[in-house]
Design a protein around this ligand. Structure first.
Ligand code: NAP
Ligand code: MN
Length: 270
């Protein structure tokens, strides 16, 4: 007799009580349905369930370094743009999951290669990479797109957003909402200065997949720059150059019947 393969599902939640309760309930239900739910992250899992909001989903994604395993988000009372279900839909989820009645939405990620002194550090983000000054100082960034020098930006900073991140910080800054089926990166300014002293683009610019963005910060009274990736801050003291482009990593999100990007946008924003 052939031993049936163990089907493993990772389940994680944020710290709030409702999320923890939902996690316990889901663990029980999954084990009853024949799945194995380990206490620690298993790279052999076929699915990762994240219970919380977008913020906790992003933190789980980074904690396990963008695993090549589909994610399902269960929203416990935040905005929940990445989340597909609510805690009252656990039975429905298991029923549909076992029947394979779902689709995988593939989301592209952005990477930033940061040259700090003689070190090179690489970051990856699902939403965006933000380049911003330390504290409230004006930052000056020389920005090139592909081989062409485009502008010397002056202001608070810039956001380089993926389509998935277009509805997050990018949108608050007046950037456009981008359908994730498109492969474009958007550079959106944060408080761009436009005076006789400084000239910066005031709207987002949108780039095709094949172009990269090069940023050379101009250090004046402080050399410190913050690189904020999906809300996680990294301080750098001597950045010479930052190269931004799409990374090869894809994030797979589980979506069920009737999922429609624009319907999601409508229900979350209007
Ligand atoms: P946070 O400051 O607690 O939350 C920012 C808000 O953005 C939350 O409501 C979050 O949803 C929502 N969000 C995250 N990703 C989204 C997406 N792709 N589409 C639509 N909304 C999204 O920080 P956080 O929860 O750790 O999330 C990190 C993100 O916050 C960053 O990647 C950045 O995009 C965003 N952010 C926004 C602003 C702004 O709008 N002014 C400023 C800084 C950072 P949940 O409520 O479900 O967590
Ligand atoms: Mn949040």
């Amino acid at each position: 007799m052939v031993k049936k393969e163990t089907r493993i599902i990772n389940v994680f939640s944020n710290e709030d009580a409702y999320s923890k309760k939902t996690e316990d309930l889901l663990r029980q239900k999954l084990q009853k349905s024949g799945f194995y739910v380990p206490r620690e992250f298993s790279p052999e899992a076929e699915l990762i369930v994240s219970i919380g909001g977008d913020g906790s989903f992003l933190r789980t994604l980074h904690k396990y370094d963008f695993p090549d395993i589909p994610f399902l988000g269960i929203n416990t009372g935040h905005l929940g743009f990445f989340e597909e279900l609510y805690p009252d839909q656990l039975d429905q989820f298991i029923f549909m999951y076992k029947q394979g009645r779902y689709e995988i939405q593939n989301l592209k990620t952005v990477k930033a290669e940061v040259k700090d002194g003689d070190k090179i550090v690489e970051y990856k983000g699902l939403n965006e990479v933000v380049i911003i000054g330390d504290r409230t100082r004006t930052i000056h960034l020389n920005i090139s797109i592909g081989e062409s020098f485009i502008e010397r930006f002056s202001g608070d900073g810039i956001v380089v957003s993926t389509p998935a991140g277009s509805t997050a910080y990018n949108y608050s800054l007046g950037g456009s909402i981008v359908d994730p089926r498109l492969s474009i990166l958007q550079i959106t300014p944060i408080a761009p200065m436009n005076t006789t002293a400084y000239r910066s683009f005031t709207s987002s610019v949108v780039l095709p997949q094949e172009l990269y963005v090069r940023v050379n910060p101009e250090h004046q009274d402080s050399n410190t720059c913050m690189i904020v990736v999906d809300g996680m801050e990294h301080k750098h003291d001597d950045i010479k150059e930052i190269i931004l482009e799409f990374s090869d990593t894809i994030v797979k999100l589980m979506r069920f019947e009737n999922y429609d990007f624009w319907n999601k946008v409508k229900t979350k924003f209007l």
